[in-house]
Design a protein around this ligand. Sequence first.
Ligand code: ADP
Ligand code: MG
Length: 579
Amino acid sequence: MSTPSSALGGVATATPSALRIVPARHPLQLFGTLLALSLILLAVQSVLGNPRWGWGTFAEWFFARPVLEGLARTLWLTALGTAFGFALGTLLALARVSGSPLLAAVSWGYVWVFRSIPLLVLLLLLNNLGYLYSTIALEVPFTAITLFSYPTTQLIGVLTAAVLGLTLNQAAFSAEVIRGGILSVDHGQYEAAAALGLPRARQIRRIILPQAMRSILPAAFNDVIGLAKSTSVVYVLALPELFYTVQVIYRRNLEVVPLLMVATVWYLVILTALSLAQHRIERRFARGQLQRERSVSRVVSRPRSTPAAAPGVATRREHSVPVAAGQGAAVSVQGVSKHFTETTVLDDVRLELKAGSVTVLVGPSGAGKSTLLRLINHLERADGGVITVGGQLVGYRRDGDTLYELPEAEIRRRRAEVGMVFQAFNLFPHLTVLENIIEAPIAVRGIPRAQAEQQAHDLLDRVGLTEKANAYPRELSGGQQQRVAIARALALQPKVLLFDEPTSALDPELVAEVLGVIEELSQSGTTLVIVTHELGFARRVADHVVMMDQGRVIEQGPPEQVFDRPRQQRTAEFLAKTL
Ligand code: ADP
Ligand code: MG
C-alpha cells in the first residue's frame, strides 16, 4: 500500500514535464501476436515446402498466353456485367421508388424472379433460348408489322448469353443495393431540391444519387467482387474465361493444383485491384462528410461581436450590400383545406398577404403552419380552395370552372419564384457552400456559371459569410448553415420567401444571427411569410400576424393588436405559454 503515496511524493518533487511515462503492458496481446506470426510461418512453409503445390508449373503457366486471354475475357465479362447490371439496376430501383404502382410492381417482380434463379440455371436457359424460340423478333402487338427478326442462335451467341445472364443477375442484386441507398437519403434533401425547382432528373443526378452513393458503394463493391468470381460459372457455356481455360489446361497436363493456383492468384489480383478502387471511390463520394484538416479551427465557437440578447440588431453589418428591392408578389389563400387520410390539417384557410409584406404565422405544434407553407409552393396539393402568387394560380391552370394541374416543368418554373427556408436547413452536404447556392440558378434559370458564382459571392457577403464559400455545410455552425440556406433561396430572386421555423434548430446564441439576416430582408420588398416562435422578433418585423390552431386561422391582424389585445382566449393562452 506504500506505492501510491511514494508515487504521489514523486509528483510533488519532480516537475510534471520531467516525468517518465511507461505504457501499460498487454501480455495477452503479445502472446496473440507471437501465435499469429508462428501460424503465418507454418502456412508459408507448408505452401512453399511441399513440392506438390508445383510452383514451377505455376510459374510456367501464370503468364501463358491462353491464361492471359482467359483473364482478359473474365475482366471483360466483369466489366460488362457491372456496367449493364448497374445501369439496369438503377432503372429498377428508380421504378421501385417511383410513385407508379405498376412500375414498382414490375421492378419488385423482376428482383424476385432473378434473385431466385441460380446464375448457373439462368446461363444454361439463355444458352438454350434457341431451342425455345427459334427467332427473336420485335413486332407491334396485334399487327403484322415486324420491326426486326433474327434467328436466336445467331443473335445470342455464347458470349452474349454470358453477358446477358450476368447482367440480369447483377441487376436484381444491384437494384436492391441502389434502392437502399436512395432510401438512406434524408427526406429534407428531396424537399429542398424540389423547393428550389430543380428538374427531376437533375435532382436525382446531382442531389440524391451522390449522397446515396455513400451507402451504395460498400454493398455495390461486394456485388462486383461477387460478380468477378461468378464469371467463373460461365465455364458451363464453354466460354474460355480464366477458370475454363485452366480447366482445359489441367485436363491435358494433369497438373490440377498448380493450375487452380494460377486462377486463384489471378482472382486475388483482380479483387485487390477492385478493393483499391473501392477505397478511392468511397473517398471521393465522402466529399463534405470528412472533417478536413483546415476545418479544425472552424467556426462554432468563434465569438460573435454581438450579444445574443439583442436579436436582429445583432447582425446588421456595415459592409452589407444595399438590398436590391426584390419585386414582392401578393399571396392569396382562398378557402384552402387539406386532409391527410381522416385528419383535417387545414380547414378553409383564408389569407390575403400584400406584395412586399412581412407575415408571421404563429400557433401551436400541429396547427398546420408547415402544411400551409408547403401548399404555397405546391410541394403539397390542396384538397379544396386555391392559392395565387402574384395573381397566378399555384400549380393549376384555370379554364372556366375547371382547374387543370400544370405540367411538372411549369410548376417548377413557378416554384422557383417562391423560396423556402427549412427548420433543418437542408443544405446539400456533398456540395460546398458556393455549389449549394449556384445549383438552382444554373439549373433552373440557365444563368452562366461565372455569373451565378458572382451573384453567390454577393449573397454570401450579404449574409456575412464571404470567407465560407468553399466550406462544406458540415464545417459550419447551425446559424451559418441557415444563413447559407437563406442565401441559396435568395439566389433565385424569389418574389415570396417562406421560412419554416428557421431558428428552431439553433442553439440560443446562434438565433440572433439568423434573425438579423431575416430582419434585413424584411426591408427588401420581397414578400416574407415566417413561421416562428420568436415573438419579440415577430413584433419588430411583422406587418401582419396570423394565429393558427387546429388547421384554422383563428385570429389575424397587426402585431400590436394580436400580441397586446388578442380577441381569442386561445391566442392569449398560446402567447402566455410562448413568452
Ligand atoms: P405545424 O407546422 O403547425 O406544427 P404541420 O403542418 O406540420 O403543423 O402538421 C399539421 C398536422 O398535419 C399534424 O397533425 C401532422 O401530424 C399532420 N401531417 C403533416 N404532414 C403529414 C403527412 N405527410 N401525412 C400525414 N399527416 C401529416
Ligand atoms: Mg411545422
